[in-house]
Design a protein around this ligand. Structure first.
Ligand SMILES: [Fe+2]
Length: 279
């Protein structure tokens, strides 16, 4: 083992009073704006998705002809993701699947639409907008709908969402400007059986740590023993919950039983007045 591989994970840690998830029983878009500005770690809104909208989202997801599952990978999904590929590949895959994604999202009382419209109203008060990220006339995917089914200690291995925004194959894609602000993960839980807590560790790894682990442009995954000693949050997630958190902190989904189905996207400011989203 080279000496630098023994060095613990390095980076930035939040103050203890910052390192918590605010919990509310009603949606409050001003708290989401706080997360976007780095003024709070995250927020979870409990049971804010109407039951009929959840059930219809779940039914459409499992019935979708665009649902994909790769053996050895932890999820079924409808949508596309930019992780570890070129901008062109991501946007090309998005174009092929976006109508199916919209089909799953566009249920009566759509949680995706109500989140976006209420957040847009709040941002408008600050002369800011939210839109889907774009590149040379092509749009990013509006959401990725995923169900985890992986056994083991983690259903989704520890990772962070900032490293993937440094991929040289995506140079010039506007999402990379989010790194000057905060990368925020949005998740809407429409189906959940047991377990599958959200875990967040109090560490934003630096570039040198990522390089040592060979995950410079992916942020995936961090070995569990590298995370020993950092404070962690474990948050129970239930159907109907919507949560938003700063994706630069290492996070994971712990072991779950049965289906844990989420609508998700990433978002962040790219300048003082523009929030873009992607998957
Ligand atoms: Fe993530």
């Amino acid at each position: 083992m080279r000496p630098d591989q023994r060095r613990p994970l390095a980076g930035t840690r939040a103050a203890p009073d910052f390192f918590r998830l605010e919990e509310r029983a009603e949606f409050a878009p001003e708290l989401v704006v706080d997360v976007l500005h780095g003024r709070r770690l995250g927020v979870i809104f409990r049971d804010v998705i109407p039951e009929a909208a959840r059930k219809e989202s779940v039914a459409r997801f499992w019935a979708s002809p665009a649902r994909r599952h790769r053996e050895g990978e932890p999820s079924h999904y409808v949508g596309s993701y930019h992780w570890n590929k070129s901008t062109e590949t991501y946007l090309g895959e998005t174009a092929e699947v976006v109508a199916h994604v919209r089909g799953v999202l566009d249920v009566p009382d759509s949680p995706w639409r109500s989140f976006r419209s209420q957040l847009a109203e709040e941002l408008a008060r600050q002369d800011a907008v939210i839109r889907i990220a774009e590149h040379q006339g092509a749009q990013a995917c509006p959401a990725l709908i995923r169900a985890w089914d992986k056994a083991g200690r983690f259903a989704l291995e520890p990772h962070e969402d900032a490293a993937q925004c440094t991929d040289p194959r995506q140079a010039g894609f506007e999402i990379q400007a989010v790194l000057d602000h905060e990368v925020c993960a949005v998740n809407m839980c429409v189906e959940h059986e047991e377990g599958g807590r959200l875990v967040i560790w109090n560490i934003r790894p630096d570039a040198a740590s990522r390089r040592r682990l060979g995950i410079e442009h992916t942020g995936f995954s961090y070995p569990a023993d590298a995370l020993d000693g950092f404070d962690e949050l474990r948050i129970d997630v239930r159907p109907g919950d919507v949560y938003v958190f700063n994706g630069s902190y290492v996070h994971a989904v712990d072991a779950s039983t049965g289906n844990r189905t989420n609508l998700s996207f990433l978002m962040g400011f790219i300048d003082d007045r523009t929030v873009v989203s992607w998957t």
